[in-house]
Design a protein around this ligand. Sequence first.
Ligand SMILES: *Cc1c(COP(=O)(O)O)cnc(C)c1O
Length: 424
Amino acid sequence: MDQQWKIETRNVQAGWQPKKGEPRVLPIYQSTTFRYDTAEEVADLFDLKTSGHFYSRVSNPTVAGFEEKLASLDGGVAALGTAAGHTACMLSVLNICTAGDHFIASTALYGGTLSMFTCTLKKLGIEVTLVAPEISPEELRGHIRANTKCIFGETLSNPSLKVLDIEKFAALAHENGMPLIVDNTLATPYLCRPIDFGADIVVYSATKYLDGHAVSVGGAIVDSGKFDWSGGRFPELTEPDPSYHGVVYSQQFGAQAYIVKARVQWIRDSGAYLSPMNAFLINLGMETLHLRMECHSANALALAEFLEKHDKVEWVNYPGLPASPEHDRLRKYLKRGSGVLTFGVRGGMKAGEKVLNSLKMAAVVVHVADVRTSVLHPASTTHRQLSVEQQREAGVSPEMVRVSVGVEHIDDIIADFAQALEQV
Ligand SMILES: *Cc1c(COP(=O)(O)O)cnc(C)c1O
């Protein structure tokens, strides 16, 4: 494959590279297992002495096609498909944090990630400190402890739509010998490549724009291969692993140490691997990622401009609007504004509900980032498990309506919101 290819070309051409007589399109390898000739060959695979697919709980050729494409798009050395985006977020942290460890995360996160970090990981003995994305370097340094293992943030947060200052957090992580993990779900590699700005690990909910058609749940972790694990903070990567006959990941796998460990420990033990069918569908979606992201972004900007001028709308949050406080950072880190916006209707929660219920084309669904325009009320759904205070910290207000702007004709999208606003 040509590494010089532009991202549009790699969306279509990267990943599956058929040899003579093989299927042109990434095939679905719907097989749990793979044939070898001798017991020794299989034993070597188990010992990680050689590489090859042997069991679809750990790796599969269809999923590998998706993994190779995504790693290429992001400029990483390797990627790992996971059963869901949530799995990717969780394993990205568990891969380097054990009981007694601590990490730092931005408050501007997806609701499910916030409760996973503050409740589920806490039960496993891993403590998180949540910090405002605007935190000063001095203040952030004050939160770093001897047992702090990483910093976690979202490129474009869902649903508060804050743009992460990736360079600031990467510099602070690196000066303290730890990696920056970035959830790039709403941006996608087409709008932003976090590794170019210093992120070390990138995670995705592939359920969103990568698939793009709301047909499959999946996720991924991408390893930049740039982080040096040998500083002493990460013995799990630099000391023998008893569950693999004492393999030392950083020695045996070099730049791929983190991602190999995530696969052979966490995916092996949890089985939370992406299925071949879902990898096939997500890969198919990714072939048009660049076309869709341009259209989502243009439509979202046009709808944001319409709502901004509407006298029944109190506020609009879309980082693509020049008036947005996020606009300068958007221009630095992202090619476009992506397809999600939020707004508040005058009259608060009741009026917001009326608009939601009056939409005819845009459907109320618990999803973002597919081709169909959809709406959601975060406070009563995705962020329901959080207190009002936590909701506010995550950028969710009671009246907020979240719109995932689709790729329908913009006139039809605007007409739907115009008629719904008239019902208030
Ligand atoms: C949806 C989402 C997740 C969780 O992904 P699933 O595929 O639903 O498990 C994580 N992060 C962000 C930013 C999301 O939007």
